[in-house]
Design a protein around this ligand. Structure first.
Ligand code: F0G
Length: 455
């Protein structure tokens, strides 16, 4: 490549392995002493007045400046500080916290909420991190940004690169990501390479590439991404009037998001913004359960990679980069790590859809995981629980269509499980275009599932 190397401002990082604090360039993601991942640290975060911060952040919700309209930059006192002219924002964050009345009834958890990160500009939680990482890429003068992705990171990165006037390079596993996510990267102008490998293969290749070409890596090992994703937790606490729930449950793939939420919780607790730490639990698909196995079979001491396979393609990851950060977060908050089957994911996704909000399959592992944690008595019905829904329903329409048409393979199912699936299936009906045919379909639907009275 003939692109000239950009300038190199330095930032303060702490190594999550040996704890050493170093001032380093924005692209140094690993500690030069022990090789572990770095995270951003800033001593000024601890010296702020929590009461003043809460009222400042609330007041900004009434203002119309671009930075205040962003649900990420609104919390900028707990983020690294960029030069204002470099900020790349799409008004990310500001995502709703929904009650889940049906799921509450079916699980017995009366205080059950969903923080829906799928309501971000490109439809996933990635936007909260991408605004920060794209901003620093811009400030450091990069012309190219790049990521390996199961789809959402690439969609988000491509959008923010386009907004910031940068080029983007996307590496995705051929045939293993949803068309909907791929189409976003194309529309936002990314150079999109479908590689004949899996996500882990794409990430390995990208890590070689960044040593050879002046492209800035925007995967979640990029510590600036995690800083932005912290704001999910800050905004959530604000929505709960700074009374933390007992549990937060999040899907686990490459394990950046759980690490970011954990970092935010610990920082908020240290600063006195929240009186106690919620337990942060991580749920994986059975077919992509590297963290579950790492904890069960190696006591969290060494990673046990797996050959990942799941229809929840967003978390089809076998070699999660941020596993050590995630282990630390589980230890610090006392959270659990569980796995759920393809059947459990499909049922949970349908149940969330029936609430009228919907999500993509990877997000639904949270509800399926909650059921397991209730069975194990790790979560008690009288405790408050927030599920983090990471992606929008429209991110993976093929999965939803296959489910409703009865064409989704969820492994061998018995009669009872099949009946449970059937109860949620609503396949489209093809009819002659006559009034009689539609009235008959209406009668038939009313008999099989009477509409609830709203009186
Ligand atoms: N949910 C969704 C919808 C995702 O897209 C991802 C990850 C996760 C959960 C897991 O989050 O990796 O931080 O543990 N998607 C990445 C991507 C890997 O490339 O879009 P994580």
């Amino acid at each position: 490549m003939t692109v000239s190397a950009p300038c190199k401002p330095t930032f303060r990082f702490r190594c999550i392995g040996c704890g050493s604090v170093v001032d380093s360039a924005a692209e140094d993601f690993r500690c030069s002493v022990c090789g572990n991942l770095l995270e951003i640290t800033d001593s000024s975060w601890n010296s702020q007045n929590p009461v003043a911060l809460k009222s400042l952040w609330r007041e900004r919700r009434t203002l119309n400046e671009a930075l205040d309209l962003s649900g990420v930059w609104r919390f900028r006192e707990l983020l690294p500080t960029p030069a204002a002219e470099h900020i790349v924002t799409l008004r990310e964050g500001n995502t709703p916290l929904y009650e889940l009345p049906r799921c509450s009834r079916s699980t017995g958890v009366s205080q059950l909420f969903a923080k829906h990160q799928g309501m971000n500009p490109t439809g996933s939680f990635k936007d909260a991190g991408m605004t920060v990482a794209a901003t620093f890429a811009h400030q450091c003068g990069y012309r190219w940004v790049a990521c390996a992705s199961t789809g959402n990171t690439s969609a988000s990165m491509a959008a923010y690169a386009a907004r910031g006037g940068m080029r983007s390079l996307v590496l995705v596993p051929d045939g293993k990501i949803s068309w909907s996510k791929l189409s976003q990267a194309l529309d936002y102008g990314a150079l999109t390479c479908q590689l004949r490998t899996d996500f882990d293969g794409c990430l390995r290749l990208l890590q070689e590439l960044v040593k050879r070409a002046p492209v800035y890596q925007l995967n979640s090992i990029n510590p600036f991404r995690l800083e932005g994703q912290k704001t999910l937790a800050i905004e959530l606490m604000e929505q709960l009037d700074w009374q933390p729930p007992d549990h937060i449950i999040v899907p686990g793939g490459n394990l950046g998001n759980s690490s970011a939420i954990g970092k935010a919780l610990i920082e908020m607790h240290t600063l006195g913004l929240i009186p106690r730490l919620p337990k942060l639990s991580i749920i994986q698909a059975e077919g992509a359960n590297a963290l579950v196995r790492t904890l069960r079979e190696a006591g969290g001491k060494r990673l046990i990679p797996v050959q990942a396979e799941t229809r929840a393609t967003a978390i089809r990851i076998g070699n999660p980069a941020s596993w050590e950060k995630a282990v630390k977060v589980l230890e610090a908050t006392g959270g659990a790590c569980e796995q759920v089957s393809e059947l459990e994911i499909a049922l949970a996704k349908a149940e969330i859809g029936a609430e009228g909000i919907g999500c993509e399959p990877a997000s639904a592992v949270t509800l399926a995981g909650l059921r397991k944690l209730l069975q194990q008595n790790f979560v008690k019905p009288d405790e408050s629980v927030v599920l983090v829904l990471t992606g929008n329903l429209l991110k993976d329409p093929d999965y939803t269509m296959d489910f409703h048409r009865g064409e989704l393979s969820v492994g061998g199912v018995n009669e009872k499980e099949n009946a449970a699936l059937d109860a949620y299936r609503h396949p489209p009906v093809v009819l002659d275009a006559t009034l009689d045919a539609v009235i008959q379909a209406l009668d038939c639907a009313e008999k099989s599932a009477p509409a609830q009275s709203h009186a």
